[in-house]
Design a protein around this ligand. Structure first.
Ligand code: AMP
Length: 419
């Protein structure tokens, strides 16, 4: 089986996501020819696909010895949390705060607004949850905290972490996401949880039905704000924020600051403190190759053959369309490679089930669209495979950041057109 290892990869290259394009003379107008053309059926999302030079997909992993380990200024014990919260943090096995936790928690605990420039995998969830949980003790009015995230899965992961950190504290949360029965959420809201964790569409829906009132809220968290904007949630977010008291604490997390994001920060936050841990970008530890293929059929052949290899333990494959992702996963499964898919055409319980099967290593391969995979915390991914090229270089960095986490080495393969 022939697939090319990318050459010329020794060139040091910053893989940091940047606003406004991805450097290197892409000219903006050229389209990646060949595969997936016309296959984007149904939904048009974002601008026309930009050409990304294959050299962008190649970056030899740096030596781990070069890694500068972040030295935390605080220990968890230094934070002014109650005994039970400290106990819950230890029970979860956290010993040292991550960079975002170390730097953001002191400001949040003081009640300041914070902009956190951090992506998934940096520990940002605990960075906001822990101090907010601490600040909730003694607050009588509820619900008082609203956490908004771009995807159902991310909201669910935040809720899971909330439940672990709030054990024994008599604090309750409700998950308000689309794709699941609304009646149960309405019943849950009537019990006045302290925390509401949700996605913009369903939150707005319940607000419009006057079943969700935000006028007593003290705290707002917007997680992965850049992704929410990409997904077209801005009008919903504005409506949600407008329904909250002006006097509140706002925590705003985003991997990038674009002019659009800056405008939001200026209107939503009050004298914020900025904490940036973007230097913790993960792709530097990812060995990256390109694989040339003639056409889609050829890509499927190569992929199937590759995945039969022994070291492909936990593989995340990215495809462009919901339909294509499902079809590829079915094909792999039928070829004897246990695989599941997540995409927007699956309902919430199907998505959760697929994700759990992959996390628990009952299947080796998860095929996903970018939107479905956004923000998901999936540990120990051995390989990321870009079956379809990402729309932007930023998406590429985001995708491959799923492997090579926490100092582990990872591999990323990207299919490109054969010349
Ligand atoms: P997040 O970026 O919030 O999605 O977190 C990524 C992963 O790191 C999650 O599995 C967290 O449970 C884990 N994590 C976060 N903070 C710490 C910490 N201080 N020590 C160990 N693990 C952590």
């Amino acid at each position: 089986m022939a697939y090319n290892q990318g050459q010329g990869g020794g060139r040091p290259q910053s893989s940091r996501p940047r606003s406004g394009g991805f450097g290197g003379g892409n000219g903006g107008g050229r389209r990646q020819g060949g595969f997936s053309g016309g296959g984007r059926g149904g939904r048009s999302r974002g601008p026309a696909k930009k050409y990304i030079h294959p050299s962008k997909f190649i970056n030899k992993a740096t030596q781990k010895a070069d890694e500068v380990v972040y030295e935390s200024k605080h220990k968890f014990a230094d934070f002014p949390f109650g005994a039970q919260l400290h106990h819950n943090i230890s029970a979860k096995g956290y010993v040292t705060p991550s960079a975002i936790q170390d730097q953001a928690i002191p400001h949040i605990i003081e009640g300041r607004d914070v902009i956190g420039l951090a992506n998934t995998g940096t520990g940002k969830t605990a960075a906001f949850l822990l101090p907010i949980i601490e600040r909730q003790s003694g607050i009588m009015l509820r619900p008082s905290v609203l956490i908004v995230a771009p995807t159902r899965e991310l909201a669910q992961q935040i809720d899971e972490q909330f439940r672990e950190f709030s054990k024994g504290l008599n604090l309750y949360s409700t998950l308000i996401v689309g794709g699941v029965n609304i009646d149960r959420q309405i019943r849950d809201l009537k019990r006045r949880p302290h925390f509401i964790i949700g996605t913009p569409g369903r939150l707005k829906d319940l607000m419009q039905r006057k079943l969700l009132k935000l006028d007593n809220m003290t705290t707002l968290v917007l997680d992965e704000a850049d992704r929410m904007l990409d997904m077209g949630f801005l009008p919903d977010i504005r409506q949600i924020v407008d329904a909250m008291p002006r006097e509140r604490q706002t925590l705003f997390f985003s991997a990038t600051i674009t002019p659009d994001i800056q405008a939001l920060v200026n209107t939503f936050l009050n004298n914020p403190e900025t904490v940036s841990v973007r230097t913790a970008e993960t792709s530097e530890h990812v060995e990256q190759d390109v694989i040339e293929a003639r056409d889609k059929t050829h890509k499927v052949e190569i992929l199937t053959e590759m995945l039969r290899g022994d070291d492909y333990d936990k593989v995340l494959v990215f495809g462009e369309t919901k339909f294509g992702v499902q079809r590829l996963s079915d094909h792999l499964h039928n070829s004897g490679i246990p695989s599941v898919a997540i995409h927007g055409n699956k309902n919430q319980s199907q998505r959760s089930k697929a994700l759990k099967q992959f996390k628990d290593e009952r299947v080796r391969v998860l095929v996903a669209t970018d939107v479905a995979a956004r923000g998901l915390d999936i540990p120990n991914v051995s390989h990321v495979i870009n079956f379809d090229t990402p729309q932007t270089y930023e998406d590429y960095v985001h995708r491959i950041g799923r492997t090579g986490r926490g100092g582990a080495s990872g591999r990323a393969h990207t299919f490109i057109d054969q010349r």
